[in-house]
Design a binder for this molecule. Structure first.
Ligand code: GLA
Length: 362
């Protein structure tokens, strides 16, 4: 039964509410929405960066904890931070040397993670204030965020209209649907950048939490974290998470930690990407996605330098990310699945996070 997530109990209906979160330095008002399943799980999302600021999940005894890293104030999110919970775009992860050629034209992007471009540049989707509307149905509530990125934004061609919908259901799922269109051909690769710690955001490192990733191959990278272009088998290596393993079991072999894309066994369609759980509390997370890859990142660059929620100091390995996305630097890697969106086409991706209890190996 390894890898199964048991349903949380209780009866109730989903609810959504809004409160003021703060005002940006440039005077824009930011709201926080609270989406509750009515059955144990809830998520708090702010319109700045579309950031998931908190996710509350009960343990096997019914005690809730906030399982994502983040901050208490808007001012902290406005400083440079490790993309805690952000919508990441236009292009999640790296583009080599901030340069790519498309239809015969070379485009130059900011090298904000020298020598490379990272997560959309200096002012990516993670720093935009998104417009919001809500939807309520009998068995789910949704927050629909939209943003218009102008032609030339951060060096990217085309005006891109993007909509990200967060839906919390009575099945204790948080679904993220991404839709985008562009008036010129342009690369796009969106993800959600939550750092999970299933024992609680302030509980120390995640090295004893377990992860299973449904990938036979991973994407090896160079010293600047750009793919070499190869796909390598995980079999017998520190990247072999086909069976559940403690995150820390072989992490020392991949110093400073995991920061790699795993190639999902099925590239197309909605399928399981990963399962993770904390043997101590029983809290479990299952990730289902339409994307071909998942970036498994173990918070290698966290250094406790910014006070998190409640003053928590997030040190290296304080959280792990399972960022469902296309492969890094696909714009410069002809053999990787394409990330180019053309006018008239619609970019659509979905990722579903299912929360529950896993108590087969407590
Ligand atoms: C992603 C990258 C990491 C790092 C973090 C943000 O997960 O793969 O290398 O840049 O984002 O700190």
């Amino acid at each position: 039964m390894i890898g199964r997530v048991r349903e949380l109990g209780s009866q109730g209906s989903p609810t959504i509410s809004r409160q003021r979160f703060g005002t940006t330095k440039s005077g824009t008002s930011v709201d926080e929405y609270h989406l509750s399943s009515g059955r144990g799980v809830s998520a708090s999302i702010i319109t700045y960066g579309g950031i998931i600021r908190a996710i509350s999940v009960p343990d096997r005894h019914g005690n809730s904890a906030d399982i994502v890293l983040g901050f208490d104030s808007l001012a902290q999110y406005e400083t440079r931070h490790p993309y805690f919970g952000t919508i990441t775009g236009r292009y999640a992860n790296r583009i080599a040397r901030g340069s790519f050629e498309l239809d015969g034209t070379r485009h130059t992007l900011a090298t904000n993670n020298p020598p490379n471009h990272l997560h959309g540049g200096h002012e990516g989707f993670d720093r935009a204030v998104w417009s919001a509307r809500t939807e309520s149905r009998a068995d789910s509530v949704a927050l629909v965020l939209s943003h218009l990125s102008p032609d030339g934004d951060q060096g990217y061609p085309g005006a891109v209209a993007v909509e990200v919908t967060y839906t919390v259901s009575a099945l204790n799922t948080l679904r993220i649907d991404y839709v985008a269109t562009s008036d010129k051909a342009t690369p796009i690769n969106l993800t959600s950048h939550s750092y999970f710690n299933l024992a609680g955001h302030d509980s120390g490192d995640v090295l004893r939490q377990k992860v299973q990733i449904f990938a036979d191959q991973y994407v090896p990278v160079d010293a600047t974290l750009i793919p070499t272009g190869a796909l390598l088998p995980v079999a017998g290596t520190a990247f072999d998470f086909r069976q559940p393993r403690m995150i820390g079991a072989r992490i020392s072999e991949v110093a400073p930690g995991y920061d790699h894309t795993f190639v999902l066994q099925e590239l197309a369609g909605l399928k399981r990407a990963a399962v993770a759980w904390d043997p101590g509390s029983g809290r479990a997370l299952e990730v289902v996605t339409s994307e071909p890859g998942v970036q498994f990142y173990t918070g290698n660059f966290l250094d406790g330098s910014q006070a998190g929620k409640g003053g928590a100091l997030y040190q290296r390995y304080a959280g792990f990310c399972l960022e469902t996305q296309h492969f890094p630097d696909s714009v410069n890697q002809p053999s990787f699945p394409s990330t180019i969106l053309r006018p008239g086409d619609v970019y659509r991706q979905s990722t579903l996070l299912k929360f529950g209890i896993h108590d087969y190996d407590s």
